[in-house]
Design a protein. Structure first.
Ligand code: NAP
Ligand code: NAP
Lengths: 292, 292
């Protein structure tokens, strides 16, 4: 089932590259044009068969495309969209994959003076801590959720096309209100990344940190896996979703202070009650959805 | 190579059960006697072939044993050791597997009025978030470190016997100073567990938390895996290693406050620098030691 004659993927990294691979495998698109800054990365994307051809100029990449996916870091969305804007085809639907949504919507408004009806903000809830086209694989989105956050201005027909694109990539599509998306992702993704980065950095700054890391077991490796994620991308996310993230951070700081006070006071009841609630919640809502 | 004629394992759960299984597989012990509170758990341990026979009374379990392993939660160490004490054989070496060491040493001193020369404090750096004898498996300690923390009073010959026991189970044994052990483990294990529990509990207390967990991706599952660990065991660890844990917690709180302030101020430089240091440290010291 064709979802596009010509697909332009702006940013052929983990997410853009994986989407291109998935749609190619599903035979859902005619031609795929990639775009990025580094010609060497693009050459590799062509070599790997991820895209058919590549352009470093966003305008050249989107010319003649009926479906455009913005898959650059959040901090680059506005500039890339602005560069592509003059060359967008009249029938083109544009979507993005950014991990925060209010900021991308603000970018679209800044570039076009309003939210275009053919612009569909989106976010695949899938990823790994790796980045770049070499890390891309066709199965990344299979049975994963994609959240679309259309606004009042958005054309339902455009939402439908983007939904079909993600379904062709094996994903399960849902729609969600923008602010709700940003709050939920701050809680389940952005705050955990901050904590993992902060913990590893705190340990790295301890005296004798090389020895300390040597005694880290499997639990530590899993817990800190997300601290191997791309720093630029996460810096962008933290700034783009600043308000929602800050709300969760401040709440977590207060909770952690209460827990630290309980440790200090030897208040075993508070510790046990907290740990029990947490285990019960994780076992009920997270466990069993693949791999413990 | 025999490391014991008769081994008594007090607490036949994940750690005690796995050690029993590993030593049995290595044909390193004659008889294995298990001990616990719940006869049903013990019956299961016999049924699974983890122990040869079982006792609910620690004194009965250690009678005639030349090697005794304390593998109960930290909060139970003192009582179990006191119950076993009158029946300990003259040639018996006693070791433990507790995740914090100063507290167990204090327990031994409380029970015997001094640190017995045949008591060897130890800690295998291996585990999973599961517990109980059903979760035990012989390979748990293979190529994992075991830290022994002998004190001035400890007989080197006793340390040597415990070392041989762990090596027979496939582990790599090192010795470490008690306070250093407790500080290192507070950093790499106890603090991460507190953070994982605190995060899951914070999310579980949000309105609409069931929906929120639904949008958690693989990164969240890995990050929170340790929050599925046994609450009682971790409550014990937090209280037993209170001082070292509190030191790390207070330090982390200060670091997190700085990071939150950077988010609030839109200070991208601080965020980027922190994330970069963390990724570099994890990639250098943790990655590549199995599974990313
Ligand atoms: N990774 C995840 O887990 C995940 C999950 C869901 C959503 N997302 C979102 O997906 C987007 C991409 O993330 P990713 O993980 O795919 O990152 P990535 O692997 O680093 O890919 C980003 C790509 O964008 C290109 N790029 C970067 N800056 C650019 C610019 N200024 N102009 C044009 N191209 C640029 C890069 O190529 P060049 O270096 O050659 O320019 C790179 O190939 C982000 O918005 C992120 O928030 C990520
Ligand atoms: N899990 C890890 O990742 C890990 C790693 C390294 C070290 N450790 C340490 O290993 C020890 C055991 O942990 P585990 O993970 O093996 O826990 P576990 O699976 O829950 O096993 C503990 C065993 O001790 C018995 N027990 C509990 N309280 C007792 C008491 N008061 N008297 C006698 N027996 C008692 C329990 O059996 P009944 O319920 O039948 O009494 C249970 O089988 C702890 O000290 C922990 O700090 C754990």
């Amino acid at each position: 089932m064709a979802v596009a004659r010509r697909l332009a993927v702006l940013g052929v990294g983990l997410i853009g590259g994986s989407l291109a691979r998935a749609l190619r495998r599903a035979e859902a698109v005619g031609e795929i044009v990639g775009c990025g800054r580094d010609p060497a990365h693009l050459a590799r994307a062509v070599e790997l068969g991820v895209v058919d051809r590549a352009e470093t100029d966003p305008a050249a990449a989107v010319a003649g495309a009926d479906l455009v996916v913005l898959a650059v870091p959040l901090g680059a969305m506005r500039a890339v969209l602005a560069a592509a804007a003059p060359a967008l085809a009249a029938d083109a639907v544009v979507t993005d994959v950014g991990s925060a949504k209010a900021s991308v919507i603000a970018d679209a408004r800044a570039v076009f003076g309003r939210i275009p009806r053919w612009f569909v903000p989106g976010h695949p809830i899938a990823g790994t801590e790796r980045s770049g086209v070499e890390a891309a694989f066709a199965e990344l989105f299979e049975d994963h959720r994609v959240l679309l956050t259309p606004v009042a201005e958005t054309d339902p027909a455009a939402v439908e096309r983007v939904r079909r694109m993600w379904e062709a990539a094996g994903a399960v599509v849902e729609t969600m209100e923008v602010a709700h998306h940003d709050a939920v992702l701050a809680a389940t993704s952005h705050l955990p990344h901050m904590l993992a980065y902060a913990l590893v950095d705190a340990l790295a700054r301890l005296e004798g940190h090389e020895e300390i890391f040597r005694y880290a077991a499997g639990g530590f490796r899993d817990f800190t896996r997300i601290a191997s994620s791309d720093p630029v991308m996460w810096h962008d996310i933290c700034l783009a979703n600043r308000e929602a993230l800050l709300g969760m951070l401040r709440r977590f700081q207060a909770d952690l202070a209460r827990l630290a006070d309980a440790v200090e006071a030897g208040d075993g009841e508070t510790l046990l009650a907290t740990f029990r609630r947490a285990k019960a919640a994780r076992d009920a809502h997270v466990l069993g959805r693949g791999g413990g």
